[in-house]
Design a protein around this ligand. Structure first.
Ligand code: PM9
Length: 461
């Protein structure tokens, strides 16, 4: 381990054993799982890089906070504690909890869809966000800069909005047909790539010019703020909280899966700047869908853990170590010639599987093939972010192509060590050496919505 990567800023107080099962067993289990690692049991996974969502370790302060949980149905003390933290960080007037990010999405997004033919425009919609936009009867249009698709080329903010395209899209569709602009920070599906403050500011200015609401999908807003501090001029002396506040000032609504930068295993946040009418409407809907507005699907103890986690996630030592873990894994792969989205972003290393396995066409899911091979090679579970996840075009029903056929090696927070990442790197490098033997996949079962979670597949040929 070179010194340029920050050591863990914590010591380990409790352990959860993991084990590596035999390769023969993994072959059998993957076949039984329909070549979809979502269907594996976690005990059959050695190192689990499926997601950073709710999979992190809580701190001693969070475990202590659980004991303070007030489980009252209405007016829980834990709600008020969480509310004060959310208001302190965002500066917004209104807060409603949700059980997780998609809970927040299902309640809020339909409120902005006023008639047929509307669309949300985002730098890139995450899959559940896209699903809730479509369920609400609208279209989800992505609008990321071109540099994001050139995986091998350096750009400090590959998650940025394409500003000219954004303006052109609004003009083309008509502003009355745009339900809102969603700033996804960091830009998960593009590689956990950050969005610069300058780009967020310019995006917000365009939205204001057309009178459109601005939403932040801020599952990883603290990680985004860290990148702004590191890479953008004028921010190196600002705190993560100051940068986050500056970000929130640009938007009207904040939706958050608190399972990421909330450092919690469960939870979601809806925060509304000052639109009392919208708040009242959301309050009305949250009751039948998520729960009474002072718990919104969360237990009192979870709200306590989240109130602490949100503050811990703003700590710079924590964030630097986290980003260094991602960078470390990325550098190890890059040194071995494995194509990755470069530079690495906030929560994962994304392997470019279009370049890794160019012989597999997009509709045979090259990244899923690499994900499966990695599990067989080393018991590591990764996840596909590519055409399998994107699904089918709502009009033509054809599989959606994308230059970004990615295998995401997602690093849970405060969970694995650099030694674990060495195991991951070796596994990926070994698969890379045999890449020409990889085969594409076809469906044996294809669900209609969010198919990647429960699809069953088989190798072709
Ligand atoms: N993200 C992820 O792994 C969890 C689901 S897929 C295994 O990246 C953004 C930017 C997300 C996100 C979830 C959600 C939904 C919204 N926006 O999972 O419902 O990355 O809490 O959040 C996942 P929930």
């Amino acid at each position: 381990m070179k010194k340029s990567y920050k050591a863990e800023p914590y010591r380990i107080k409790m352990v959860e054993p993991i084990r590596e099962i035999s390769k023969d067993k993994r072959i059998e289990l993957l076949e039984n799982a329909g070549y979809n690692p979502f269907a594996l049991r976690s005990e059959d996974v050695y190192i689990d890089l499926l997601t950073d969502s709710g999979t992190g370790a809580m701190s001693h302060e969070q475990w202590a906070a659980l004991m303070r949980g007030d489980e009252a149905y209405a007016g829980s003390r834990s709600f008020y504690r969480l509310e004060s933290v959310v208001k302190h960080i965002t500066g917004y007037d209104y807060f409603i909890p949700a059980h997780q990010g998609r809970g927040a999405e299902q309640v809020v997004l339909p409120k902005l869809v006023k008639h047929d033919n509307m669309a949300f425009i985002s730098n890139m919609h995450f899959d559940t966000t896209r699903a809730h936009v479509e369920i609400a009867g609208a279209r989800a249009i992505d609008c990321t800069i071109d540099e994001c698709f050139k995986t091998g080329e350096y750009h400090p903010f590959k998650g940025n909005f394409h500003l000219d395209k954004l303006r052109a899209l609004i003009d083309e569709r008509g502003k009355e047909n745009i339900a809102g602009i969603i700033m996804t920070i960091t830009n998960n599906s593009a590689g956990g790539q950050p969005v610069s403050m300058a780009n967020l500011r310019a995006t917000a200015a365009i939205a204001r010019e057309y009178g459109l609401p601005v939403l932040i999908d801020g599952a990883r807003y603290a990680e985004n703020a860290w990148f702004v501090k590191q890479r953008e001029q004028g921010y190196k002396d600002k705190s993560i909280l100051e940068i986050a506040r500056e970000t929130f000032e640009l938007a009207d609504i904040f939706l958050m899966s608190a399972k990421k930068d909330g450092l919690s295993n469960m939870g979601g946040i809806i925060a509304i700047r000052n639109d009392k009418e919208l708040y009242r409407e959301v309050q009305g809907t949250v009751v039948p869908m998520e729960g009474f507005p002072t718990y919104g699907g969360m237990s009192g103890r979870d709200m306590e853990a989240l109130a602490v986690g949100l503050q811990e996630a703003l700590d710079e030592d924590y964030l630097t170590h986290r980003m260094d873990q991602v960078r470390y894994l990325g550098e190890r792969l890059k040194e071995a010639g494995v194509p990755i989205q470069y530079p690495t972003g906030g929560h994962a290393v994304f392997v470019d599987c279009k370049a890794f396995a160019p012989h597999i066409p997009f509709d045979q899911f090259p990244a899923q093939s690499v994900v499966n091979a990695l599990y067989l090679e080393s018991g590591v579970r990764a996840v596909e972010i590519g055409s399998l996840l994107l699904g089918r075009d709502p009009d033509t029903k054809a599989n959606i192509d994308t230059p970004l056929q990615l295998m995401r090696l997602t690093i849970p927070r405060r969970t694995y060590t650099y030694a674990h990442l060495d195991v991951v790197a070796e596994g990926v490098i070994n698969v890379y050496k045999k890449r020409k033997t990889l085969r594409g996949l076809r469906f044996t079962y294809e669900p209609k919505i969010l198919r990647h979670f429960t699809a069953k597949m088989e190798p072709i040929g």
